[in-house]
Design a protein around this ligand. Structure first.
Ligand code: GAP
Length: 454
């Protein structure tokens, strides 16, 4: 972290709960380890993250189509993909504290008896040999529970895309290079979870499989590395907190010939945000072999046929949201009072504008409500009349609302309001009739994190 950064994971967890972004799930029953529910502002922020991803994939290009495939697929899917055989992590048990740990992540885990130490570090730790643990969540389908009814909750959204590849050649009238994108829930029975929403057993992915002629795989791989880095930076992530890290050969997944991770400098150190992989023809070939169906591209004019290679940018929605929260978190002082503020990119902010009458009398609430109702047709807006104005602003700062509109006695005379900027704290007077256009104009302006200074 940079020297001036005040953010810690604990502060993010506490702000998220206090302000209704993310709550521990099933809390009234004592919680369910590493399971989280997204509250009102969490839903709005997460939707904005997904919306920006869809825009980058679908609206700003014409070579990608959308998909929303089933979570439960035919179980052969996961045999073909290699997940049943090799989607495993090495696991060790501690006979003393009875906890389980990932053998390759002991340095990230805490000893069950002495949380200040790592498993294996104290003389009492009694660790078993490592053994492979499959991360697939199993369930059964239909009324009879037997061997034949076992199915899996998908551990990645990617395979649903490969299963539908043929449809896209037909109805989409696409030829490589083209992509299929999807956002949806994935499930992994992770051994070690933790660090809030960074690693959970149920999470959302944003994945895109880009099918290319085999000789073009490398340039497209590089294209997607650049595109994905630009996406995070364009949404305000500070460049010095973002890096690309190529995988070492012994880190590569079973399907990948090359992978680079987009990493973010979290308070827990550099961690993966997204993996960009060259999957070659691994998946289409595996599904073609197991299903007996041809999964290839045939050029009707030239007769040329080939199995496309696949470049895959695979991101986590929850993890991206955590990075945006961490990158935005800041504290400063206003008139001697400490303030917590989320300096989110305005496009990501859950609420774009808050409308606040200065006092709850003299016709101000009525006019403020009118202003709010006009604004909410255009942007996500919020009306708040309860409590002192300073406290209402503190609340909006903590949820990252970039602009606040105050209605005061002058507003009733000349139908102008003050517009306050979350970061610069600058206040300008503006006519009510121009407000919506003005805010939409501000939303379109280029933005850089005020945490960078200058
Ligand atoms: N289809 C390739 C694939 O799934 P991955 O690196 O295993 O690749 C892609 O996952 C992204 O999904 C990760 O970079 C991360 O952002 C997110 N992700 C994976 N496991 C996760 C978990 N247990 N909790 C939260 N996010 C996770």
């Amino acid at each position: 972290m940079s020297a001036t950064d005040v953010v810690t994971m604990d502060k993010i967890v506490s702000l998220s709960k206090r302000r209704g972004f993310v709550f521990p799930s099933s809390e009234i029953y004592g919680g369910l380890g590493s399971s989280y529910d997204y509250g009102h502002y969490g839903v709005l922020l997460k939707n904005n993250v997904k919306d920006r991803w869809w825009r980058a994939m679908l609206q700003q290009r014409d070579d990608i189509l959308a998909l929303d495939s089933a979570i439960i697929q035919h179980p052969e899917t996961w045999r073909a993909s290699g997940h049943v055989a090799s989607f495993t992590d090495p696991l060790v048990d501690c006979r003393t504290c009875k906890l389980r740990f990932r053998a390759d992540k002991l340095e990230d885990s805490q000893c069950g008896r002495k949380p200040s130490k790592h498993p294996g570090e104290t003389p009492e730790c009694d660790l078993t040999e490592a053994r492979d643990f499959n991360l697939l969540f199993e369930t059964t389908i239909g009324p009879v529970r037997d061997e034949g009814s076992i199915v899996y909750l998908r551990p990645e959204t990617a395979q649903g895309i490969f299963l539908n590849f043929r449809h896209y050649l037909q109805f989409g009238r696409k030829k490589p290079p083209f992509g299929i994108a999807q956002i949806g829930k994935s499930f992994r029975n992770e051994i070690t979870t933790g660090n809030f929403i960074f690693r959970t057993r149920e999470f959302e992915q944003m994945e895109m499989e880009f099918f290319v002629p085999p000789p073009k795989a490398q340039p497209w791989f590089e294209h997607w590395l650049e595109q994905r880095m630009n996406w995070y930076e364009g949404l305000g992530i500070r460049a010095d907190h973002l890096r690309l890290r190529p995988h070492e050969p012994d880190e590569l997944s079973h399907y990948s010939s090359a992978t680079s991770d987009v990493e973010y400098l979290f308070p827990i150190g550099w961690q993966e945000l997204e993996g960009i992989a060259n999957r070659g023809d691994y998946d289409l070939t595996a599904h073609a072999q197991r299903s007996g169906q041809k999964l290839e591209y045939v050029d009707t004019a030239s007769g040329e046929r080939y199995i496309p290679h696949v470049i895959e940018p695979a991101a986590g929605v929850d993890r991206a949201m955590l990075a945006f929260l961490v990158d935005a978190y800041d504290e400063d002082e206003i008139e001697g009072e400490r303030r917590t503020v989320l300096r989110l990119h305005p496009l990501l902010a859950p609420v774009k504008v808050a409308v606040l009458p200065l006092v709850r009398k003299d016709g101000q609430p009525e006019l403020a409500r009118e202003v709010y109702e006009r604004l909410r047709d255009r942007v996500q807006a919020e009306y708040d009349e309860s409590g002192a104005i300073g406290r209402r602003y503190r609340r909006q700062d903590e949820i990252g609302t970039p602009w606040g509109v105050t209605i005061d006695h002058r507003s009733l005379e000349d139908r102008t309001v003050t517009l306050r900027d979350r970061d610069s704290l600058e206040q300008v007077r503006i006519a009510i009739d121009e407000l919506a256009d003005d805010i939409e104009g501000r939303l379109r302006e280029p933005w850089r994190s005020p945490k960078l200074g200058g």
